[in-house]
Design a protein around this ligand. Structure first.
Ligand SMILES: Cc1cc2nc3c(=O)[nH]c(=O)nc-3n(C[C@H](O)[C@H](O)[C@H](O)COP(=O)(O)O)c2cc1C
Length: 516
């Protein structure tokens, strides 16, 4: 990682405003994507404004200190697409393109790092100086939910990122949930087994692209992933109380360490990302050693749970991670995957839709098997032909209703490792998966009964002077007769055909063609 305040080639300082959270939120002002709440809102009342809200919400005055906070920022695919500067349907392709193009990470001096404009250490490093929302009625305490953790794996030297919530349990301590399999879990368990603390810094307040990067699980240096997904060089700064480097343009950073005592604290209950409360768990404890922040830090909270999970930050972030993993699996398993979509309403991973172009019989089943295998979270896979728009719930319903026979096209398999948070498992860790082959039987798409009705186009222009002349040339459908006679009315053709019928000169052939 080169060090310096300016790019040696250009002499320019890295831009620390383009990808700050506040810049992105400012860009949403005046659009349908952002609701602004101007009056004072208490910390326990924030969630009610965001629950089920399709918009991001900017609170201008939170709590007695009047803090500024944004929530539900990435709770819609349209806003993530806006953050990447592409249409929603192109997000996955853009993500793959950026993942393949690494960008520089440049360490800059503390004096140039906006996130270190204010530094609180010692007794000033106090969680209760931050606006930390109480999110769900039965949560075990207030939670920071939009935090991105940065650690360095002592064994590989690579940095790891993840989105992880923190439950406050005092001025300097918080519980961090490390129950689900993750890279951080493995790194922490190894450190605790050696009796070592694990330094961690949490970013609080980050651009949507940074959240997408943090939610990926890829064995690379994941700070570099932020640069790649931004498609821009990333300026980082060394933390003041540990040796980690964090994005210099973050709003706030919470520095500290996970202690060496392992899973020693009760954390939760918490409204989990499938919509229901999760149980209280044993989890590691984070100890706060410093808070650094911008003068005008914008705080951030993420929506996680409730009845409308399709509109939560968590589900929408999960969709991209799921789609990216499934896409790579399909590229290996079949010849022509066309599109992949994980529905946010299923939590961003439980329901996966894939459109494929089948080149040999059986590929739909191969696709289902690949989707089953590549992610524990995927529970139901829906595979359709490439004429179906998988982003359109109506087209998926139509394909299910008309192309699917349950005794022929349903694949049900049991015994899979599943996500214990799924309440339908009834406490088991092993669950079932179902695949729905909603493709037209192989080789039949051109057949008459599978032809999809469409409005007339009647292209080609007038080529004959009469219906008789057109039919003397060969059999034609009604639409072909209209086209080759250059009419867009049709009643004139009916009368001409009736004249031929009365004269005993007309009959009908296969597919409804008219012939002499
Ligand atoms: C808003 C949000 C909050 C999350 N909170 C947690 C959490 O508290 N614990 C956890 O294990 N995973 C959580 N996740 C999922 C992880 O961030 C995700 O699996 C990530 O890829 C893990 O990264 P890692 O395997 O590199 O450590 C959360 C995801 C999101 C989007």
């Amino acid at each position: 990682m080169p060090e310096g305040t300016a790019d040696p080639a250009t002499g320019l300082k890295p831009d620390t405003e383009a990808f700050r959270l506040r810049t992105f939120v400012d860009g949403l002002k005046g659009t349908d994507e952002l609701e602004i709440v101007a009056g004072t809102v208490e910390l326990a009342d924030l969630a009610a404004h965001m629950d089920g809200n399709e918009k991001a919400v900017l609170f201008e005055k939170v709590g007695p200190e009047g803090a500024e906070m944004v929530g539900n920022l990435v709770g819609s695919r349209s806003r993530i697409a806006a953050a990447f500067g592409v249409p929603e349907e192109s997000l996955l392709a853009e993500l793959q393109r950026r993942l393949a193009a690494p960008r520089d990470v440049v360490e800059i001096a503390a004096a140039d790092a906006p996130v270190q404009q204010v530094v609180w250490t010692g007794v000033d490093a106090d969680f209760t100086r931050l606006p930390v929302p109480f999110q769900h009625e039965r949560d075990g305490g207030p939670y920071l939910s939009a935090t991105i953790d940065v650690v360095r794996n002592p064994e590989t030297g690579l940095t790891n990122l993840g989105c992880r919530r923190m439950m406050l349990r005092g001025r300097t301590e918080a519980g961090v949930d490390l129950n689900a399999p993750s890279d951080l879990q493995a790194i922490y368990r190894a450190a605790a087994a050696r009796g070592e603390r694990l330094p961690v810094s949490f970013i609080l307040g980050a651009h949507p692209v940074d959240h997408v990067a943090a939610n990926m699980r890829i064995p690379v240096d994941e700070v570099g992933l932020i640069a790649a997904l931004r498609a821009a060089p990333l300026a980082v700064v060394r933390c003041v109380s540990n040796d980690l480097c964090v994005p210099a343009d973050a709003e706030t950073v919470l520095e500290g360490y996970l202690d060496e005592h392992g899973y020693s604290d009760d954390e939760g209950p918490y409204g989990e990302f499938l919509g229901y409360y999760g149980v209280m768990k044993r989890n590691p404890v984070f100890h706060l050693t410093a808070i650094t922040r911008r003068h005008d830090a914008l705080f951030q909270t993420s929506t996680i749970s409730g009845r409308y999970i399709g509109r939560t930050d968590t589900a929408v972030l999960n969709t991209l991670k799921t789609e990216s993993v499934v896409w790579r699996a399909l590229q290996t398993a079949i010849r022509q995957p066309v599109a992949v979509y994980a529905t946010p309403t299923s939590g961003g991973g439980f329901h996966v839709r894939a459109a494929i172009r089948q080149s040999v019989p059986g590929e739909a089943r191969n696709a289902i098997a690949a989707i089953f295998g590549c992610l524990a979270n995927v529970k139901h896979a829906f595979v359709v032909d490439d004429d179906i728009d998988i982003f359109d719930d109506g087209q998926i319903e139509w394909a299910m209703a008309t192309r699917f026979q349950a005794d022929r096209d349903l694949v049900v398999e049991g015994g899979f490792r599943s996500l214990p948070l799924d309440p339908s498992l009834d406490g088991r860790r092993i669950g079932a998966k179902a695949g729905f082959d909603m493709t037209v039987p192989f080789g039949k798409r051109a057949a008459g009964e599978w032809q999809v009705a469409a409005p007339p186009s009647l292209e080609g222009g007038q080529r004959f002077d009469s219906v008789r002349a057109a039919l003397d040339d060969g059999p034609r459908t009604f639409g072909e007769l209209m086209a080759c006679l250059g009419t867009r009315d049709g009643r004139d053709i009916v009368l001409a055909l009736d004249e031929l019928r009365q004269a005993g000169a007309l009959s009908r052939g296969e597919g409804g063609v008219y012939l002499i």
